[in-house]
Write a protein that binds this ligand. Structure first.
Ligand code: ADP
Ligand code: MG
Length: 378
């Protein structure tokens, strides 16, 4: 299925944006903390042609039977549902959140294709949002910068789609660079691109998608957020970001055991992100393995968001010589990553697949990702 097959003529431009993997910094975003994602070499492509009228039409290879349309004058969250909200929501958020004047703009025909796996924790949602945001910003000549577009993507996901997510995914998808990570301070929204240098070090990142659905993710995610808020309130800070590891003994005295362990994860995870950035800059990627493993253990034992499949992926990768490994994403399923020597990649992938079979788990999908350039006009 192509733009031509859906609309009967050729598109005039193509924009694309990548999914992302979070190297380290999990459940720190809504605590005003630090994250360290990178854009991956899996992309969502938006093929576009301008229309003469003020109608937006969208179609996706994902759902080729339906073309959905909405006049620009009727943009509003209650006029959007299903996957098309990821596209219409961007136009709406450009107006509502970024103050863009769309009153004299023309519409577009848009066709979406993607090789970012959906729902695997690699943020196919940010890929679609950011590709479309960059395209509309360019084609409507709005002049917004990429950080603003990231906020537009988040605003759309929060209010048009209705998913209460942070700004990490959009920042990675818009600001990512080849063989580099995006260091993001979720309070100030300051970002810095940090060299990952995997290529020069003969390393690769292996993704193990456990294909375990985030079945209880919604309830579990909310419970974790509530614990963090409660912990911050008892400790008298605005967000857990304001605590450091030196505050943990006092936290242990003031908090119940469960809340304390939730807080300890976030506080130590923030420190691990800072340590990872420093280590990457000073000693290179081979030196970050212990930090990745410590992050996994903290999520497994303190934050309690891992599942046996993720633990098995991590322990098997480590037993077979990975430099480091951890679950990535929100938890309760989804994917793990392993930092591996390029030559060891095949053996580690096989070992993980065999271990899953031996344990009676569903066969995982294992593939390599590279840190890639963010959203662009192709
Ligand atoms: P993730 O971001 O982890 O892949 P989400 O649930 O956040 O998972 O986003 C997935 C949703 O994004 C899909 O259910 C769909 O609505 C939308 N989406 C992603 N990619 C596409 C695509 N290529 N075409 C249409 N919709 C898409
Ligand atoms: Mg998503």
């Amino acid at each position: 299925m192509t733009f031509q097959q859906v609309y009967g003529y050729e598109p005039t431009v193509r924009y694309s944006a990548p999914g992302r993997v979070n190297l380290i910094g999990e459940h720190t975003d809504y605590n005003d903390g630090y994250v360290l994602p990178f854009a991956i070499d899996r992309r969502t492509v938006a093929s576009i042609a301008q229309r003469d009228d003020r109608v937006l039409r969208v179609a996706s290879a994902f759902d080729p039977s339906s073309v959905v349309e909405l006049p620009l004058d009727e943009l509003s969250p209650d006029r959007m549902d299903g996957w098309s909200a990821y596209v219409f929501g961007i136009a709406w958020a450009l107006r509502e959140h970024a103050g863009a004047d769309l009153s004299d703009k023309h519409g577009f025909d848009v066709f979406i294709e993607s090789d970012v796996p959906v729902g695997a924790g690699l943020s196919s949602s940010a890929a679609i949002e950011c590709g479309v945001a960059l395209a509309f910003n360019d084609l409507w000549e709005l002049g917004l910068d990429r950080k603003t577009l990231a906020r537009v993507g988040q605003y759309s996901e929060n209010h048009a789609v209705g998913a209460p997510t942070g700004i990490m995914d959009q920042s990675a998808s818009l600001l990512g660079e080849q063989d580099a990570v995006v260091f993001l301070d979720c309070r100030t929204l300051d970002t810095a691109v940090v060299d990952l240098a995997l290529e020069a070090n003969g390393l690769e990142v292996l993704v193990v998608d456990t294909r375990v659905e985030h079945a209880h993710a919604t309830g579990g995610y909310k419970a974790r957020r509530d614990s963090c808020e409660h912990g911050a309130a008892v400790m008298g800070v605005e967000a857990l970001r304001d605590l450091s590891v030196e505050d943990l003994p006092r936290a242990a005295e003031l908090l119940d055991d469960e809340t304390f362990r939730r807080v300890r994860h976030v506080v130590t995870e923030d420190q691990r992100v800072l340590d990872t950035v420093r280590t990457l800059r000073e000693d290179g990627p081979r030196a970050i393995g212990d930090l990745l493993v410590a992050s996994h253990e903290s999520m497994r034992d303190d934050f309690e968001i891992s599942v046996p499949e993720l633990d098995l992926a991590v322990s098997t990768a480590m037993e077979h010589g990975a430099v480091g490994a951890r679950m990535t994403g929100g938890g309760f399923g989804g994917a793990a990553i392993a930092l591996v020597d390029r030559e060891a990649r095949g053996a580690i992938a096989e070992a993980v697949t065999s271990a899953f079979a031996a344990a009676g788990y569903r066969e995982p999908t294992v593939f390599t990702v590279h840190a890639a350039q963010g959203a662009r006009r192709d």
